[in-house]
Design a protein around this ligand. Structure first.
Ligand code: NAP
Length: 433
């Protein structure tokens, strides 16, 4: 019998479990360990609350959790409750699937001023992640700068731009919905250090920016290369650039309550302000032959009361696990870290790709585990239960999570799928009912 511990219950963790079940069937026992009492990681706390259809993948993970040889072990932090060394002693394979939950830094002066709110924190706040329940972003600002041209920047801009009515059917947490309803934000600036041909947006996500009730996109037509150049782009990016061109060609809507300005060829060089964010200073850029942005020396500033860098994420280190600080992820070769120790998903390859990208990733790790073979006996889940009991730790099972889930669904506001608990002690209390 193969015993495997997966650390992290997001998409990478669950797809790895699926891959293991496919490879080993009844011949494997899997514990999916999470530091939170709630499963599904990025699906619950990263995917935008108004993108419920994307969250539906958690139903598939639910089915995996209910397999007889799979357990969810929530509320157990590896590196605190148990160590990696202990897990390696208990299981034949330990797979780290902890994602990339920490913000990358901009690396410019002033980025520690109050009012700079990283995307992990901002997204975590509106999505009810317990780490960010008390964030209180400065939504009294009339102008906000979002740095980055990826889908996270679009998520943040869209949530800031939408009306309460547009968010009604989402599972945005009550604290965020209330704060956003009082928000004074009117100008949202999305800053790209390169141009329209280099964005990381995807068509569906960008298209939504053109269909908002009170917000309009604003783009400078002069930022585009000649239209003929679009033909060389891959089809997805061509569609994205098509949306950008269509936005740029719209007649100005001076009556719009909220404006989403796309600034291209501009890189942040300083966050400025007296004790809090007042401006973001940018340097105009030009592209090198190989498409990199270099500063031109020409600078300008955008007045703003909040800066949200959406420039990518880093994996959080785990004591005892080799870490590549330059790349912000575990040091690994195709997911192998050390004998019996693997990583998968964003913890392996960095923060790129969609949720579905983690499926082949998870299946690949399952195949590597199969190829590496099983050596010796391991206690597996029974050994973990013993440690948990000895240390008097309280862990949450999948059945316990289902009680939390039911309580969240039961207390949802009208039209919303759930109202998340944002405090771990509340979650624990409901897991015990
Ligand atoms: P991303 O797509 O990699 O975008 C990061 C952006 O930050 C890029 O435009 C990058 O510019 C810019 N950037 C990086 N460092 C910078 C700096 N120092 N100064 C200025 N700009 C900087 O990452 P993401 O938006 O965090 O998304 C992560 C992954 O999740 C992506 O694969 C994304 O598609 C996916 N995602 C998908 C959805 C969805 O499908 N609905 C939603 C959210 C996220 P350069 O290109 O010049 O490096």
């Amino acid at each position: 019998m193969l015993n495997v511990a997966i650390i992290g219950s997001g998409p990478a963790g669950y797809y790895t479990a699926e891959g293991l079940l496919k490879s080993f069937g009844d011949g494997v026992r899997i514990d999916i360990i999470d530091r939170l009492p709630t499963p599904f990681g990025l699906i619950r706390a990263g995917v935008a609350p108004d993108h419920q259809s994307i969250k539906a993948v958690s139903r598939r993970f639910e089915a995996t959790s209910l397999a007889a040889n799979v357990r969810f072990v929530g509320n157990l932090a590896v590196g605190d409750g148990v160590t990696i060394e202990e897990l390696l002693g208990l299981y034949h394979a330990v797979v780290i699937a902890t994602g990339a939950p920490a913000d990358r830094k901009l690396g410019v002066p002033g980025e520690d001023l109050p009012g700079v709110v990283g995307s992990a924190a901002f997204v975590g706040w509106y999505n009810g992640h317990p780490d960010f329940a008390d964030l209180a972003p400065p939504l009294d600002a009339e102008s906000v700068a979002i740095v980055g041209n990826g889908n996270v920047a679009l998520d943040v801009a869209r949530i800031l731009a939408k009306t309460a009515d547009e968010l009604a059917g989402s599972d945005i947490t009550a604290h965020a919905a209330e704060a956003l309803a009082r928000s004074r934000v009117r100008d949202i600036h999305i800053i790209g250090r390169r141009g329209p041909h280099q964005v990381g947006f995807t068509p569906k996500e960008l298209g939504e920016m053109g269909e908002l009730q009170r917000a309009v996109p604003v783009i400078e037509p002069a930022d585009f290369p000649p239209a003929v150049a679009d033909a060389a782009l891959d089809p997805g990016l061509r569609k994205v650039v098509g949306f950008l061109r269509e936005f740029a060609g719209r007649p100005p809507r001076r009556d719009a309550k909220v404006r989403v300005h796309f600034h291209f060829f501009a890189k942040p060089i300083a966050v400025e302000g007296d004790g809090r964010v007042e401006r973001l200073r940018l340097e105009r850029t030009a592209l090198t032959q190989d498409g990199q942005a270099i500063g031109t020396g020409d600078t300008y500033a955008i007045p703003c009361g909040m800066v949200v860098p959406c420039i990518g994420y880093r994996t959080s280190p785990i004591p005892g696990v080799p870490y590549d600080a330059a790349l912000g992820r575990f040091a690994n070769a195709d997911g192998r870290i050390a004998p019996g120790l693997y990583c998968v998903g964003w913890a392996r390859r960095g923060p790129t790709g969609t949720i579905g990208t983690n499926r082949p990733d998870g299946f690949m790790i399952a195949e590597e585990i199969a190829a590496d073979g099983i050596e010796g006996d391991r206690e597996g889940p029974a050994g973990l239960d013993r440690l948990v009991a000895e240390r008097d730790l309280y862990v949450v099972t999948f059945r316990d999570w289902q009680k939390i889930d039911a309580a969240e669904v039961a207390r949802a506001r009208a039209g919303a799928p759930r109202e998340k608990f944002v405090r771990v002690d509340e979650m624990i209390a409901h897991s015990r009912t």
